[in-house]
Design a protein around this ligand. Sequence first.
Ligand code: ADE
Length: 225
Amino acid sequence: MRVDIITVLPELIRSPFEGSMMRRAIDKGFVEVHFHNLRDYSTNKQKSVDDYQFGGGAGMVMNIQPIDDCITKLKSEREYDEIIYMTPDGETLNQKMANSMSMLGNLIILCGHYKGVDQRVRDLHITKEISIGDYVLSGGELGAVILCDALFRLIPGVLSNETSALTDSFQDNLLSPPIYTRPAEYKGMKIPDILLSGNFPEIEKWREQKAYEHTKERRPDLLEE
Ligand code: ADE
């Protein structure tokens, strides 16, 4: 997978890609991430990328020119499967979307800022609009990082134990069951006996039951889907 991230703040989001799972995904050659500073594409002297809203109203709007030039250049170099705009009014990211998008090849992620982008950018280039939740951030950058993390870890080979992504919460519309590690007793708190029984079919049944109870209590909406 190749991801081109268009942003006015590349320095804000470089570091999450330089550590942990995302770093490994890049180092192992499963993904390539390229940052494009929108200001580099601005043709005006001040290198500005935003302007006042036509018709009045609070907040600046990102200009079409630098975004169009950047996306047009990228598109002339390769084909993209999706050109994504991170925005609170997009489709809310969930595991099902992450699963299907993790199979894509080339993506552009445009990070919005200020009040958002000129509508003509959306009409002209954007193929998918994604929100990471019903709250407003000051820019799309953190959303882009979250999207990349959710996608990269699903690419086969990125996680050392592939099954660990398959057994994540949400993969089967169930939250994860409780998990424990050593010691088996800590300050009088014991782990459930079943986990020490060695009876793996029974342990599996117990986990399913706990996952169901946990989901019913916290996210009954998932069971209705
Ligand atoms: N930009 C601002 N708020 C956002 C959100 N909730 N999701 C994605 N991008 C955003």
